[in-house]
Design a binder for this molecule. Sequence first.
Ligand SMILES: Nc1ncnc2c1ncn2[C@@H]1O[C@H](COP(=O)(O)OP(=O)(O)OP(=O)(O)O)[C@@H](O)[C@H]1O
Length: 599
Amino acid sequence: MSAPSSPLPRFRDTWRRLLAVAGAEAPRFRRAVAWFSLAAVAQGLAFSCLFPLFDALLGPAPDPAPDWGRVVFWLLAMVALAAADLVLSWKGHGFEYDGTIADVTHALRLDLGQRLRGMPMEILARHRTGTLSATLGSHIDEVVVPMGTLSQVMIRTLGVPLTVIGVTALCIDVRLALALALIFPLAVPLYRHQHRLAARERRDGAAAHARVEADLIEYTQGLAVLRAVGQTGARAQRLRASLATLRQVQRDALMASLWPALLMSGLMELGLLAVLGLGLLWVGGGSLSLAAVAALLIIVMRLGEPLALFSELTKTFVLMEAALERIEVVRAARPLPVLPASPRPGPKPDDAPAVAFENVSFTYAGTDTPALVDVGFRLPARTLTALVGPSGSGKSTLTRLLLRHADPQAGVIRLQGDDIRTLAPEALMRRLSVVFQDVHLFNDTILENIRMGRPDASDEAVREAARAAHCLDFIDRLPQGLHTPVGDIGGSLSGGERQRLSIARAILKDAPLVLLDEPTAALDTQSERVVQTAIDALVQDRTVIVIAHRLSTVVGADTVLVFDQGRIVEQGAHADLVAANGPYAALWRAQEERKAWHA
Ligand SMILES: Nc1ncnc2c1ncn2[C@@H]1O[C@H](COP(=O)(O)OP(=O)(O)OP(=O)(O)O)[C@@H](O)[C@H]1O
């Protein structure tokens, strides 16, 4: 989202976006801003009281003498207005201290969490995990915590001078008011420059920090390897270089931000002093009273303060805008829509294929080359289908589309005759089990990690699933068996054991369709055999789609779908495809040769 570059439209735009972020608490934020505005007017009026006060103090020419009655009156008026300013500001700041800020951050975190849950996986996968957790953590604080203070400073910077100018124009001297009003546009180009500088500084700083963090993680995680190959010094050199860049970026930023801040407050004060000079000239000419200029002298000194503070807060404002943008990206993501199911002419046909792809084409967002082109097939229930093809040919994409990580740009995917876009996410997931090579275990007990397959399953059912997936041999060796927290055993579970836990989850879930990415050579022969036995238990009597890496799977499959560059180039039973002597036969021969070579 590109924000306008001129200050006023930019503030308006940020104000609108902040209200959106404040959600249900937006009225309280509006009220706080109203209190701050009234406080600014009260302060402007208090300053303006200096005009009649000095008038009463210096008395009228040619025989000046203080009019103590009026002096006391205007002094009391100033005290009352200053007290009103204090009370109104206090009421405004109530937004920060009465728990509203905490409520807004809490509600925003829940809202973003909710949106992440519904965010299409294809979009979710494009966000880096670190950035997402920063958005839910520090970015929310960067937006919400300074909301009150920033708006108060902004309102004061504009509101106090505007009130003084208004009172001057109405009650003192229009020329003086005009001269005062002309100074403020001076700040606009400087503010814009400062804003640009702060934005660049933030960008360079974030890049330098990210590089240091990445190098640090790489260094600490790879320390064992680095020590083994005697390269600790060489890599440390690289880390030192990125730390030096960070230092330089920070030094440059500090130097660069110094002069606009100085210039801004210097220029403002010079401008105000010029108005004072002009006032004195008018006094000399007899068209303005000395009392008015004396009052102006004090007001001018006080008006510089919020301006200087405002200039210092530009950095916080830029940080807030950047964090707002990240929050808005998450808020803008919409879940894939669930379409209304089209009315069927009659009962669901019994022979509806378990899985059907009808002319499906899909291109990942941000890429030009389609990952799947016009893919069509029908798989009867309780059959095993193997997906084969070179790396990048579209096999995983097909499984992702079945899981509805994204919708294809063309074509329809059906499960038992139902367009998957008409199924609510939970209904779709009830029909599918997945076992992929990357097994994620949650920071909970082994028991609960398996129970995720079916949250209402009894402990006994979990144990049965673990037995069927051949997990009990290693689970029973753990200190607390099924009740061992995954965190306690850390990375000590082998790849094959993690696979089997994931298979146990799928067995417990008992969905009619299983999507499987077979373990590859990453497992040793012994583990692979056990995992295979577990898989055999899982796939019995189910419809199975498997990304096949093992020859035995391909040979035993009812159907083999051969992919190349996103297209199905051949499909059929293994024997038929070998006999056809096409692309599959070539792949097959290559694998056979490799096998013979290994043997
Ligand atoms: N998240 C993504 N964003 C953009 N392009 C992607 C993404 N994932 C995959 N692709 C591209 O889509 C095409 C198909 O990839 P896919 O992962 O489906 O192939 P595959 O046959 O499963 O490969 P492998 O056997 O190596 O896993 C490839 O060109 C790949 O680069």
